[in-house]
Design a protein around this ligand. Sequence first.
Ligand code: GLU
Length: 292
Amino acid sequence: MKPTQDRPVFRFAPSPNGYLHLGHALSAFENQMRARVAGGRLLLRIEDIDQARATAALEAALIEDLDWLGILFETPVFRQSEHFADYQAMLDRLIAMGLAYPAFLTRGEVRRLVAAHEAEGRSWPRDPDGAPLYPATDRLRGEGERRALLASGKRHAWRFDMAAAVARVGRPLSWREERDGRVVDIPADPEAWGDVVLSRSDAPSSYHLSVVTDDAAQAVTHVVRGLDLYHATAIHRLLQELLGLDAPVYHHHRLILGPDGRKLSKSNGDTALRQLRAEGRSRADIRVLCGI
Ligand code: GLU
């Protein structure tokens, strides 16, 4: 076997805000198989920045489920909640580069703005997931107004100034995607997402910022995850480029859909691994249910 530092690094990165379901099992199996074929290492990252929803009990359940599936990870397990200072440092760099701004609009205010606009028969741009792009209101505030709002202690998130970030890089970006045993270049279109959140008002980071920070910190070389995150990879590439982080190779695998044709979610309780286990299903049954 190659020395540790030369081995490819894979990671499975679930969020412990519900029980693992069949979709997670497929992702964990995909990581396990690909790591095995590549002679790579397999890490577990607990994506628990959402401290209101992630609980120690759910994390313990998650590890128990993975154990039952026979998926072995290196220890210690990496917990995002233990790395908030690292995300803050990345955010500070983006702020210093003039690429992040404080965003004060509440969800309700955004909803009302979009609804008022659409009521006039005008369409509002939407991201690849169908969510309305964040309005320009906060980006266009003057420095004085921004400072006064911050000084008043008003609740705010930090958002990415997408147009400025893309202009800063100044050239088209792409990511490497493993597909049918080959690596292909996929053009990245981060602007389709608008000014995404970098740090939430209720959590000192966001998915996008922490995922690129941690993939680099853990020296991940292969990101294997579901197709639901395919288009978001464009944001990750842009952040990697601006922050000088190495870009892994990506593989986005098929999703397991629920009876409603949508991606499985925590509310599809009947596909929860512990429920299936309680019904007497075996690990081999789970593989079959995952279609592998
Ligand atoms: N934590 C994310 C999820 O559970 C996965 C993030 C990733 O693999 O990049 O959907």
